[in-house]
Design a protein around this ligand. Structure first.
Ligand SMILES: C[S@@+](CC[C@H](N)C(=O)[O-])C[C@H]1O[C@@H](n2cnc3c(N)ncnc32)[C@H](O)[C@@H]1O
Length: 269
């Protein structure tokens, strides 16, 4: 629906009509006035995930949340993580300056030299017109360069929606992707091949786009490999409790509490 059509519909018929027309899986299966149907559609959209999260609790299904510091200490990787922090800071990624993600990435693998292939979605554009940009002083490619220096034997693949910042240099190759479109992710994996040890989603940061990445990546990671979803807002916890529950049937999952976000980890055993 175009922006103009949406505005027109809302102005003429009210937001409830718009909700009923566009959010059909949430619309009550009832006859009635569109104002009332729209009202309940809105309540469904807002409450579905919090209610599912409550249902998990009632069913005694625990969602263990680990602190990033604990994750790192438990794996005895504090020293290595500090090395990675230096690389993130050197190249200008915010993964250690604003976040404490070095504690996670520094602790994932027993032997970093065995890591052969990494993909990160989200290179860090400095174009302020693009959603999820790093500001005009951002350093595109910062984190992939840090990973290249830290994982000394790995080939690093990067991908981004901003074609202007794609580049190629020693052990780094980058590609276009739009993670809001599952076909675009499939095209990316056709180009990069599979067998990744680590796939990182630091791109759009919208839940549906995160799920697109998970769906397309699950068959692209090696045994003992990881998929990492960054920058999950604390308020989105109910969504990730449900995702955690679903994926845990087949994979080891962890929800990690970092300085100001959650990070979701999927580990293929
Ligand atoms: C937070 S930045 C990545 C920062 C970088 N990983 C670092 O640590 O230095 C997010 C990136 O996601 C990209 N992005 C936004 N929407 C996207 C989409 N739909 N598909 C792929 N990338 C997207 C932006 O262009 C931006 O470069």
């Amino acid at each position: 629906m175009s922006k103009l059509k949406t505005t027109w519909l809302i102005l003429r018929k009210g937001v409830e009509k718009y909700l009923v027309k566009n959010f059909n899986i949430y619309v009550p299966s009832s006859a009635g006035d569109s104002k009332i149907l729209g009202f309940h559609t809105k309540i469904s959209i807002i409450t579905i995930f919090p209610l599912l999260s409550r249902l998990l609790k009632i069913l005694n299904i625990k969602n263990e949340i680990i602190n990033a510091n604990y994750f790192c200490k438990q794996r005895k990787k504090l020293k290595q993580s500090k090395v990675l922090k230096k690389y993130f800071n050197k190249y200008g990624s915010d993964k250690s300056s604003i976040h404490n993600y070095h504690l996670i990435y520094g602790s994932l693998f027993k032997k970093n030299n065995k890591v052969k292939k990494i993909l990160e979605i989200g290179l860090g554009t400095d174009d302020e017109k693009i959603i999820s940009n790093m500001g005009r002083y951002g350093k595109p490619g910062a984190s992939v360069r840090a990973f290249r220096d830290f994982f000394k034997k790995a080939q690093i693949y990067g991908a981004d929606i901003d074609k202007k910042i794609l580049f190629k240099e020693d052990r780094i190759n980058t590609f276009y992707v739009d993670q809001s479109n599952i076909n675009s992710l499939e095209t990316l994996f056709r180009k990069t091949g599979k067998n990744f040890d680590l796939i990182i989603d630091d791109g759009l940061h919208a839940p549906y786009a995160n799920i697109n990445v998970i769906i397309t990546s699950l068959n692209c990671i090696n045994k003992n490999g990881w998929i990492i979803i960054e920058d999950i807002p604390i308020k989105a916890k109910p969504i990730w409790e449900v995702i955690n529950f679903l994926i845990s049937f087949k994979y080891n999952c962890k929800l990690i509490k970092t300085k100001s976000t959650y990070v979701f980890l999927i580990n293929k055993k």
